[in-house]
Design a protein around this ligand. Structure first.
Ligand SMILES: Cc1ncc(COP(=O)(O)O)c(C=O)c1O
Length: 379
C-alpha cells in the first residue's frame, strides 16, 4: 500500500528510534547552533519553539517590536496554505492579505505581489512558502521587495533543504526564516519548529525570554505520546489492510493520544523536548533536496481517489482541499474567493503523490499511480 504520510516510509528501526531516542541539553543546543549556522542567524536570534505557527508569530512580533511593522499592517501570504499561517499573522495583530496563485501554480508570482503593493499601501511584509518544496523565482521577488521596501519571512514548512533556481538555499534570503517540525514536514518530530531572525538588527520579542524558556522547558517533557506516533501510524497502516484504520484513529483521537496535524497549538510557553531536538538534528543533516510532494491537477478527483483506493493507494490527505485548510476552519478565515479564483480552482483539483519511497517495488507502484492520475489530468 502507498500512503501520503511521511512516516509510512519509516523502517522498524526509524520507528524504534523515534519512540526511544534519549536526548540531552547538548542536543538541544547543537540543533540551535546547526540551524543558526545553516540559515545565517546569530544564536541569540535563533530559537527552537513548540510549532511552526509559533515561529511565524514570533518572527512577525519581532518585526513589530523593532518598529519595522505596526499592528494592523498587512502581510501578504499564499492564497493556498494552512490556517496555521493565518493564525500566526492574526495573533501578532497583523492583517493577512491573500495573494492569488499564478495559473496552475501552487504559489503566487512576484508580479501578483507587485500588483498588491500598488493597490495596498499598508502591505509591508510577505511570506513565501514554496509550496510542496517547489522553489519560486526568488530574484523576481527580491526586485519587488526592494522596490516596495518589504520584509520577507521564508516559511520552510514545505521546503527545508530545498534551493532556489539561483542556487541559494531556501531560508537564507529573507529577514526571518521559520521551520515547522510538524507531522509530514521535511523535519518531522510530530510537533516543533524554529524561528531564525537573520537580520541582525532584529531581536526576539521582549516577552519571549529564550534562555529562561530553554532552561524551563528542555529538561521537561511534552506528553510522551509524541514519541509513539510512528508506532500508532504503523498499526494504522497494518489495520488499513483490513479496512480498520478509521476506528483505530478515532479511538486514539478520543483518548487524546493523537491530535490532528492542523490542531497543533501556537504557544510560546513551551518548546520541544531534548529527544525531539536530537531527532530533528539528525534529520536536518540528511534533508533530501527534492520536493516534499508531487502534485497534479485533475478532474473528477473523488472518482480518481476512489479508483486509487481500490488499488491500494491512500492519497486522501493531500495538501490542501480548500484554499486555507483544513475545511473545518475554512469559514473562520473569511477567504476572499472572488479575488483568488486560481487558488479556488487549484484546491478543487489538486492531488498529491509522495516523493520519499525509494525501493524499486514502491517506485513501480508510484509510477502506476502517476499513470492513472494522468488520465484524469486537467487539460
Ligand atoms: C505552509 C505551512 N506553514 C506553516 C505551517 C505551520 O506548522 P505547525 O503545524 O508546525 O504550526 C503549516 C502546517 O501545516 C504549513 O502547511
Amino acid at each position: 500500500m502507498i500512503f501520503l504520510g511521511l512516516a509510512s516510509n519509516y523502517s522498524a528501526r526509524d520507528i524504534w528510534r523515534h519512540s526511544f531516542t534519549l536526548g540531552s541539553r547538548r542536543d538541544y543546543r547543537r540543533l540551535e547552533l546547526a540551524l543558526a549556522s545553516r540559515y545565517g542567524a546569530t544564536l541569540a536570534n535563533t530559537s527552537l519553539v513548540f510549532s511552526g505557527r509559533t515561529a511565524i508569530y514570533l518572527a512577525l512580533q519581532s518585526f513589530i517590536e523593532s518598529g519595522r511593522l505596526k499592528p494592523g499592517d498587512h502581510v501578504a501570504l499564499n492564497a493556498f496554505t494552512c490556517h496555521a499561517v493565518v493564525e500566526a499573522i492574526r495573533r501578532a495583530k497583523l492583517t493577512p492579505v491573500f495573494v492569488d496563485l499564478a495559473p496552475r501554480s501552487p504559489d503566487y508570482s512576484a508580479a501578483a505581489l507587485a500588483e498588491k503593493c500598488q493597490q495596498d499601501k499598508r502591505l509591508r511584509a510577505f511570506i513565501l512558502q514554496n509550496t510542496f518544496g517547489n522553489p519560486v523565482d526568488i530574484a523576481a521577488f527580491e526586485a519587488v521587495k526592494r522596490q516596495y521596501g518589504l520584509l520577507l519571512l521564508e516559511d520552510l514548512a514545505h521546503c527545508a533543504g530545498r534551493h532556489y533556481p539561483d542556487g541559494r538555499e531556501i531560508g537564507t534570503v529573507g529577514e526571518a526564516a521559520c521551520l515547522s517540525f510538524g507531522k509530514g514536514k521535511a523535519i518531522d518530530t510530530i510537533h516543533g519548529g524554529a524561528v531564525l531572525l537573520r537580520d541582525p538588527t532584529l531581536r526576539l520579542p521582549k516577552t519571549f525570554d529564550k534562555s529562561a524558556f530553554c532552561r524551563r522547558q528542555h529538561t521537561g517533557g511534552d506528553p510522551p505520546r509524541a514519541s509513539w506516533y510512528p508506532l500508532f501510524g504503523a498499526i494504522a497502516r497494518g489495520l488499513a489492510h483490513l479496512h480498520l484504520e478509521k476506528p483505530w484513529l478515532w479511538l486514539l483521537l478520543k483518548l487524546h493520544w493523537i491530535e490532528r496535524s492542523a490542531d497543533t497549538k501556537l504557544r510560546t510557553d513551551k518548546t520541544i523536548t531534548v529527544w525531539q531536538a536530537k531527532l530533528a538534528l539528525r534529520q536536518l543533516a540528511h534533508l533530501p533536496d527534492k520536493p516534499l510532494r508531487e502534485y497534479y491537477l485533475i478532474d473528477h478527483r473523488d472518482e480518481c481517489l476512489k479508483h486509487l483506493r481500490q488499488k491500494g493507494y491512500r492519497l486522501e490527505e493531500f495538501w490542501y482541499e480548500v484554499p486555507v485548510a483544513p475545511t473545518r476552519y475554512y469559514t473562520d478565515v473569511h477567504f476572499p474567493e472572488k479575488d483568488c479564483k486560481n487558488a479556488v480552482f487549484f484546491a478543487a483539483h489538486v492531488i498529491n503523490l509522495p516523493t520519499w519511497y525509494h525501493d524499486k517495488k514502491h517506485q513501480k507502484q508510484i509510477a502506476d499511480a502517476r499513470k492513472l492520475i494522468k488520465t484524469y489530468e486537467v487539460r
